[in-house]
Design a binder for this molecule. Structure first.
Ligand code: GLN
Ligand code: ZN
Length: 794
């Protein structure tokens, strides 16, 4: 075999030489039992010291290497571990540490690293403990770096912040240290780096009028230093991730790739680069990829199966890494089907220059299915987490090199699982299919147009101008979470827990009345999570106990598993709404999560189009909307927090996605009478791309996150002449800072320049669940005062 990585330094190698090499592009770093989270939190709280944290990290890495070795992985990665995020690690590696963090140029202290990750209270030795998301408050010390979604995953990275005159320097030797650490333990690894072009493309700058890619020249020497040193210390291969290559790239970016990899090849010719692309096909970047002087190329053949056809003439001095097991979803693979596809491909390419791999890093799936002892055994037999996926790959590797006979039993088991899943009555519900078939145009359309509905609604609710409301949740205090945990463990009975939640709700309702909000909410105290809460009550969803996936830093999520046809056995929220409405004469807004958001935050079926699964969820939510309306709810909010983030990576696919996403929203929300007011909520910062879709959703009221944009986001609504009502967020809920009346009226003045007074509602940017009551109380009192001031002056 010619691939250098098969020559492991480990004496305990279990890799059969007759297997095709199996490469791992990266493995989950959080630990099977969330060890990383607990080590980080303990360190941040001061309960343990830096040494303990560093040891915990080393322990996790060693366990990851050992696990992969044991599973028969031949190409084991290093530097895929991170205390927080690989993009942040890269910023630190190249010394892109903005001035506010007051780095002195020496080795980067952990405190500085965590200040960049999470913000800090003025002095860099003390990282803040608040789990603030996205925005941070400079007035309270050092803000964290901005965070945003990693391509179309639900993983969030820290956005590199670069200056026009940015200088780079090798500030962290983490890739080299972790390579050495693995080597000392007996593992010859393939270190992983975020590629220089992807790094720059994802960076932002406060300086205007320059393209971060123009810094490539200055950045490359640092990469070359790292690569050179890795080569010196014995690394034969390095994996460089350039997922930006699955995006629409302009000529500047394509040239940057040429330049970067030519420079690297010239400077470190002895090192073999595996250029990893994933999350889609190369599309128009295929020729660029083929022209790069790299020793290997990784393709995602799960997202883009057909792109293999474009690599029939792949140069024979290169290694092709075939990403064939889905690194983004949790389904067990149909191994025989994969073999049927791969055998001819490999026969053509030649066994000695092919590796098989997951489509992308396994960071995006949970670690080990074996821990799911509580999961329904039938559903469990259909799933594969990272450990099982690597097992699948070693089975495939053996079959592809030595014939299917060598793994007959595994292939048979895979066949049986695939057949059983296909035939299972658990996933097929004829009633759902019949309802889907019966959807007609009228079900996707309100009975009257907005201009006719609005009058009826105003008459019904008789609200003041600039009505005030909130987005739904109130603080999920430690006490609320403790009660939920006690209930889950059986320590609190259903009845006691319910009384507790009713008490929380009643207090919240009473308080909202006292301060004079116009439209009230019940507070969402009973909800663990805006998607999980619904998933748990819908047929077709399953839940794991250890299926954690990193969302950002120490925050992990357990996405629901959408495995079958979706229906709603019984009302999900009606009782809580009724209870809350019984406490007040003011309108109580009912609160639901929309179908697109439920879909986008779940692991979804691979045997059905996303659009189809979304439509089923929409029908279930439609049932809930109908029941709420029948119970008397006059305002129903259907949150679509994740609608925009579901946008495909390629612009050419946006329209199709938005069409079905809007369709699903309309389907769930259109079954109501004119006088029932449908609200929706979205919390992000870019509406230009989706303003047509928002218009087509036709919600009577939309609340959006605008406070930090100084209302500039409303330009999109103004230019579109958006006719329906809007609540532009008037304060940043990601920060603990309490806004005063003046700044909110100032924002509202800006809103009135772009919208008509009759359209405007007043609300915070998003739900208040992550805030403390001490922050929420004065902030909302001020918000109501701002509304009153506005009414008096308007
Ligand atoms: N209703 C939800 C809440 O208030 C909305 C959350 C969100 O948009 N992320 O928490
Ligand atoms: Zn929100």
């Amino acid at each position: 075999m010619s691939t250098a990585t098969s020559s492991s330094t480990s004496s305990t190698s279990t890799v059969s030489t007759s297997a095709l090499p199996v490469a791992s592009l990266g493995t989950p770093r959080i630990g099977p039992r969330r060890e990383l989270k607990f080590a980080l939190e303990s360190f941040w709280s001061g309960a343990s010291d830096e040494k303990a944290l560093i040891e915990a990290g080393a322990g996790l890495r060693a366990a990851n290497w050992a696990r992969q070795k044991k599973l028969g992985v031949s190409v084991i990665p290093s530097n895929d571990f991170s205390f927080y995020d690989q993009m942040l690690d890269t910023s630190v590696m190249v010394g892109a540490i903005p001035e506010i963090y007051r780095w002195n140029g020496g080795p980067v202290p952990l405190a500085t690293y965590f200040a960049m990750a999470r913000g800090a209270q003025g002095n860099a030795n003390e990282a803040s403990c608040g789990h603030t998301h996205h925005g941070h408050d400079a007035a309270h010390g050092m803000p964290a770096q901005e965070m945003t979604k990693w391509f179309d995953t639900n993983y969030h990275y820290m956005v590199p912040e670069l200056a026009k005159d940015q200088q780079f320097t090798l500030a962290s030797r983490k890739p080299i240290e972790e390579y050495e650490e693995a080597k000392a333990l007996g593992y010859q690894t393939r270190p992983v780096l975020v590629g220089p072009v992807t790094f720059l493309k994802l960076a932002k700058s406060k300086d205007t009028g320059f393209n971060p890619l123009s810094l490539l020249d200055r950045l490359l020497p640092v990469y070359i230093d790292v690569l050179r040193e890795l080569a010196c210390r014995g690394a034969e291969w390095v994996q460089i991730d350039e997922p930006c290559m699955v995006l629409d790239l302009d000529i500047i970016a394509q040239q940057a790739l040429h330049y970067a990899y030519s420079e690297i090849a010239n400077a470190v010719p002895q090192l073999k680069i595996m250029l990893a692309t994933y999350f889609g096909g190369l599309g128009g970047n295929r020729d660029t990829a083929l022209a790069l002087p790299v020793a290997g190329l990784h393709l995602d053949l799960v997202r883009a199966p057909d792109q293999i056809d474009g690599f029939a003439d792949f140069p024979d001095n290169r290694v092709l890494s075939i990403g064939i097991i889905d690194g983004r979803n949790i389904w067990r693979a149909d191994l025989v089907r994969i073999l049927d596809r791969l055998e001819p491909v490999i026969a053509k390419l030649g066994k000695d220059r092919v590796q098989i791999a997951p489509s992308c890093s396994l960071l995006h799936v949970p670690i080990d299915l074996a821990l799911e002892t509580g999961l329904d055994s039938e559903i469990k037999s259909w799933l594969a987490f990272s450990v099982q996926k690597l097992e699948e790959l070693t089975t495939l590797g053996t079959a592809l090199a030595g014939g299917r006979g060598a793994v007959e039993a595994s292939l048979k088991a895979s066949d049986q699982a695939a057949a059983a899943r296909k035939a299972s009555p658990r996933i097929h519900d004829a009633k759902v299919a019949a309802r889907i078939a019966g959807i007609d145009a009228a079900m996707r359309r309100r009975a009257s147009v907005f201009t006719d509905r609005v009058g009826v609604q105003h008459e019904r609710f008789n609200l003041p101008a600039f009505p005030t409301t909130t987005i739904g949740s109130f603080p999920q205090t430690a006490e609320v979470r403790k009660a939920r945990a006690a209930h889950a463990s059986g320590a609190l009975t259903d009845e006691v827990y319910k009384v507790y939640l009713q008490d929380q709700t009643a207090r919240a309702v009473q308080w909202q009345e006292t301060i004079g909000l116009d439209v009230l909410v019940h507070g969402e105290f009973e909800r663990n999570d805006m998607v999980q809460y619904f998933g748990e009550q819908l047929a077709g969803f399953a839940f794991t106990t250890h299926g954690w996936v990193q969302s950002y830093g120490s925050r992990y999520v357990r996405p629901p598993v959408l495995f079958g046809d979706v229906s709603r056995p019984k009302p999900m929220t009606v009782e809580w709404w009724q209870y809350a409405q019984s406490l007040t004469k003011k309108p109580m807004k009912a609160m639901l999560t929309g179908p697109v958001t439920i879909l986008n935050w779940s692991f979804v079926r691979d045997d059905m189009a996303r659009s189809e699964a979304c439509r089923q969820i929409a029908l279930a939510i439609r049932d809930e909307v109908a029941d709420l309306e029948a119970a008397g709810a006059g305002m129903i909010q259907i949150d679509e927090a994740a609608l925009r983030e579901g946008l495909p990576l390629r612009k050419s696919e946006w329209k199709a996605y938005l069409d079905w996403a809007v369709d699903a929203f309309r389907l769930c929300s259109s079954g109501v009478r004119d006088e029932t007011q449908i609200h929706t909520h979205m919390c992000y910062s870019e509406f230009n791309d989706i303003i047509n879709a928002i218009g087509a959703m036709d919600a009577d009221v939309i609340s959006i996150e605008t406070s930090r944009s100084k209302m500039e986001l409303l330009d999109a609504f103004r230019d579109y002449r958006y006719p329906n009502e809007i609540g532009p967020g008037v304060y940043d809920i990601h920060s603990p800072r309490v806004p005063d009346v003046g700044e909110m009226t100032a924002l509202l003045r800006l809103a009135r320049k772009r919208l008509s007074d009759a359209q405007i509602w007043i609300n915070p940017d998003c739900g208040l669940k992550t805030r403390k009551w001490e922050e929420v109380r004065p902030a909302l009192v001020n918000m109501v005062a701002a509304a009153r001031e506005l009414r008096a002056s308007a």
